[in-house]
Write a protein of this length. Structure first.
Length: 411
């Protein structure tokens, strides 16, 4: 039970972010939790080292390098101008962010958009005099909702697509989840408008193109971005054509980072400035979650509950609640074999994908992309608190679940 207690303490500290006079960051709290279970002997140092998913760490490292180069060169702000220059008001800008980012996250992966999108949101907020919190929330919710509809939108969807017995995962995901995902992005717009109505002005906004600060680095950054898109197309083709070749997402990030790491004179500066704290957070999270997993508490609760595990509503409830506590990928790794054994079909598989993914909208720790956004924003002096996220995230998640549940029930 010690890992469960540590996990609850970590949640509480992330909610308040303060102990006495000390203001804590999310990565410090998670690192403290990992150290606690190690000291308490709940996980051995060897098992702790093995629990750290190097694929995730290397993927984030590669994407952080590309994201830092895009921002440092000025190409990211140049690109954001091209994407949003035709948007005529703050209200339309928020709507455009939700749909552009949401659709892109289905193919570029949610964490990728979280990394690249955070500095863009902060730049747009500064240029147009908008509240950065509403744009950061729009980014966080968009990458989560948008990634639901694709088998490569996030790691848990990929796990379901590969192991769930789907003949054609892209067609299956889009058939069941495309329409409700579009509706959920629109629902997110109206909910944000309800809570931040002062930011949804219809007056004209003036876009100005930011100059490229480093043309050589901008060229390398553009090449890296093109590599990401090209490699993702190759990844989609491999999955779509069922080619027997493991082309990991990690390869995409590391190959994309190579032009910058090999040919940029600023490689050391870029490597120094990437978000190392987020990498520490993830390494610590893997250790703590492995200790929680080995405790067997949640597995025994799920197995002893005597519920209809193939019920759509139960899949959503379990997916959303347990994803907050053991993260969505371990949750899918636990639940997917149970669904397969129970003879569940494609509808139940995509329900698990939707439930475990949309769990990211409930609380900050429900999705890794939320943590990436907040950690990157705090480097620039901005943040989202636990309560600021939850007051919109909780009702939004309820709306999201209702929409997905209704659509899947009638199909």
């Amino acid at each position: 039970m010690i890992p469960i207690i540590v996990l609850l303490i970590v949640f509480a500290l992330i909610a308040v972010r303060r102990v006495g006079k000390f203001q804590l960051q999310i990565w410090q709290i998670m690192l403290g939790g990992a150290i606690a279970v190690l000291i308490a002997g709940q996980i051995s140092p060897i098992d702790a080292a093995k629990s750290i998913n190097l694929d995730v760490i290397l993927f984030l490292f590669g994407m952080f390098v590309v994201g830092e180069a895009l921002e440092e060169s000025g190409y990211l702000s140049h690109l954001s101008y091209k994407v949003f220059k035709r948007v005529g008001s703050e209200s339309k800008l928020i709507l455009a962010i939700l749909f552009v980012v949401g659709i892109a996250s289905a193919f570029l992966m949610n964490d990728t958009l979280a990394i690249i999108g955070t500095p863009v949101m902060l730049l747009l907020a500064k240029k147009h005099g908008m509240n950065s919190k509403v744009l950061l929330l729009a980014l966080a919710f968009a990458v989560t909702i948008g990634s639901v509809m694709s088998p490569i939108g996030n790691p848990q969807n990929l796990l379901i697509a590969i192991n769930g017995g789907m003949q054609n995962p892209f067609i299956t995901f889009f058939w069941y989840l495309l329409v409700p995902t579009m509706i959920n992005l629109l629902a997110c717009y109206f909910l944000l408008k309800l809570f931040y109505k002062e930011e949804f002005r219809n007056g004209p906004i003036n876009h100005s193109q930011e100059p490229i600060k480093d043309h050589r680095l901008a060229i390398l950054s553009k090449l890296s971005l093109m590599l990401i898109i090209a490699l993702i197309i190759i990844k989609i083709a491999i999955v779509f054509l069922e080619v027997n070749f493991e082309f990991r997402l990690t390869y995409i990030a590391l190959i994309a980072a190579l032009p910058i790491l090999l040919f940029s004179k600023k490689r050391l500066q870029i490597a120094k400035n990437i978000d190392w704290h987020t990498l520490i957070f993830f390494a610590a999270m893997f250790v703590l979650m492995e200790a929680v997993w080995e405790a067997g508490f949640f597995q025994s609760v799920l197995n002893g509950a005597h519920v209809e595990i193939t019920s759509l509503l139960m899949i959503f409830v379990v997916g959303i609640l347990l994803s907050q506590l053991i993260s969505n990928v371990p949750l899918v790794a636990l639940y997917l074999p149970m669904l397969i054994h129970a003879g569940a079909g494609a509808k139940e598989m995509v329900a698990l994908a939707a439930g475990s993914t949309i769990a990211g909208n409930l609380l900050i720790l429900g999705a890794a992309s939320n943590v990436i956004i907040i950690q990157n924003a705090e480097k620039k002096g901005e943040t989202l608190t636990f309560l600021e996220f939850a007051r919109i995230g909780i009702p939004l998640t309820l709306i999201n679940v209702l929409i997905y549940w209704v659509f899947l029930s009638i199909m």
